[in-house]
Design a protein around this ligand. Structure first.
Ligand code: FAS
Ligand code: PHB
Length: 389
């Protein structure tokens, strides 16, 4: 088969890129390793920056997001029994929208199906060939049947464990990584959220986060040891620990219930450079990973999609390759700022092994400065609602 853009990966990056291209009459084929249901079964991000919301509007798939998403004008940060509010809208003029990645991905799948655009599910042995030539192609198999896709460009949207990044020779790639000495144990429960905004909590027992998906679906996280497994935690033990890490007023009104999903995500900062090699462009988690503390993973994938979409549109519409040629440089500028914010916010709120008393005093002073200083709150808010594309 032949297409203009072969998109490896049917997660939010690949689907959003495919939908934007489709709206410009640029054809693509999405190649996804898993089934649609498997992809939609993953519980991941929950907070959308305005930039991503605008992209979804541009893609023509923002109706449900606007109908069901929660507009949040700020967030709460709890520390040492105290809780303060950071008002995004007052400080930046922008809110964030809380709308689960699962629903966003569902909307994109539905749009692709409505457009009759091809997705090859359960793709195996995906290999990208001749990416550094003018005529790349992708080979794969579906249920044992070999498939070849000849294309003009390949978008590597296949996440951290995909094949795209590895296609770029080690002699070309530079990788930067930081692993964190803890993970996040996440629980999804069919219970009303504990608050009308998110609560990021730093406590002597470790970090906790109270989030939500809708009025009767809540998402909670607690920092846990890397050696933990979800089955080590009964629901009762999770709720008890969460209550010990959030302010008393919140713990008192917390509605608990059975965990309908329980998983542990390790925390990692990772960036690969460059994000382009010939006609292969890396996008989203294929190129970078952030600790979820700053809700930047999905949102930084979105800015990659924005830059790559504009580059491909200019190529096909105007014969202009300037944006494509600048893709990696422009995407990485914003990626590294997201990495910085996510690392900073993680170091602010988590307990690290071997923290000295002085380190703890520095952490307390940093949080107090955020609580008391408007300039610091504005800097925090501008990063959280999303830096400009
Ligand atoms: P994805 O990983 O979502 O999608 C890549 C797709 O490519 C997958 O569907 C995969 O099946 C497919 N694929 C892989 N290899 C392939 C191959 N060889 N051939 C074809 N297809 C292939 N971000 C936040 O902002 N907040 C959070 O709370 C948060 N929690 C997370 C929890 C976990 C466990 C993980 C792993 C990530 C989390 N993230 C979070 C980050 C996450 O939301 C990502 O940023 C987001 O999924 C990025 O989307 P994609 O780039 O599309 O990558
Ligand atoms: C979530 O709702 O899953 C969520 C929200 C904010 C974060 C991380 C995860 O920083």
């Amino acid at each position: 088969m032949r297409t203009q853009v072969a998109i490896i990966g049917g997660g939010p990056s690949g689907l959003l890129l495919g939908q934007l291209l489709h709206r410009q009459g640029i054809d693509s084929v999405v190649v996804e390793r898993k089934t649609r249901d498997h992809v939609l079964g993953r519980i991941r991000a929950g907070v959308l920056e305005t930039g991503l919301v605008h992209l979804m509007e541009q893609a023509g798939v923002a109706d449900r997001l606007h109908a069901e998403g929660f507009v949040h004008d700020g967030t709460r940060i709890a520390f040492a029994g105290d809780m303060f509010h950071v008002d995004f809208r007052a400080l930046t003029g922008k809110p964030v929208i809380v709308y689960g990645q699962t629903e966003l991905t569902r909307d994109l799948y539905d749009a692709r199906r409505a457009a009759g655009a091809p997705i090859l599910f359960e793709a195996e042995q995906v290999v990208i060939h001749d990416a550094d030539s003018a005529h790349p192609h992708v080979t794969l198999s579906v249920h044992g049947a070999p498939v070849r896709i000849d294309c003009d460009f390949v978008a590597g949207c296949d996440g951290f464990h995909g094949v795209s990044r590895e296609t770029i020779p080690l002699s070309v790639r530079r990788e930067y990584e930081k692993t964190y000495p803890f993970g996040w144990l996440g629980v999804l429960s069919e219970t009303p959220p504990v608050d009308d905004e998110l609560i990021y909590a730093s406590s002597p027992r470790g970090f906790a986060l109270c989030s939500m998906r809708n009025r009767n679906l809540s998402r909670y996280y607690i920092q846990c040891a890397l050696s933990d497994h979800p089955q080590d935690w009964t629901d009762a033990a999770f709720w008890q620990e969460l209550k010990r890490r959030i302010p008393h007023e919140a713990a008192e009104r917390l509605v608990t219930g059975p965990a309908i999903e329980k998983s542990i995500a390790p925390l990692r900062s990772f960036v690969t450079e460059p994000m382009r090699w010939g006609r292969l462009f890396l996008c989203g988690d294929a190129a970078h990973i952030v600790p979820p503390t700053g809700a930047k993973g999905l949102n930084t994938a979105a800015s990659d999609v924005h830059y790559l979409y504009h580059g491909l549109r200019d190529h096909y519409r105007d014969g202009d390759d300037d944006a494509l040629d600048r893709y990696s440089e422009r995407a990485l500028l914003r990626v590294w700022k997201a990495e910085r914010f996510s690392w900073w916010f993680s170091s602010l709120l988590h307990r690290y092994p071997y923290q000295s008393e002085f380190d703890l005093k520095m952490q307390a002073a940093e949080i107090s400065f955020l609580r008391d200083n408007e300039a610091q709150q504005r800097a925090f808010a501008e990063n959280y609602v999303g830096l400009p594309y």
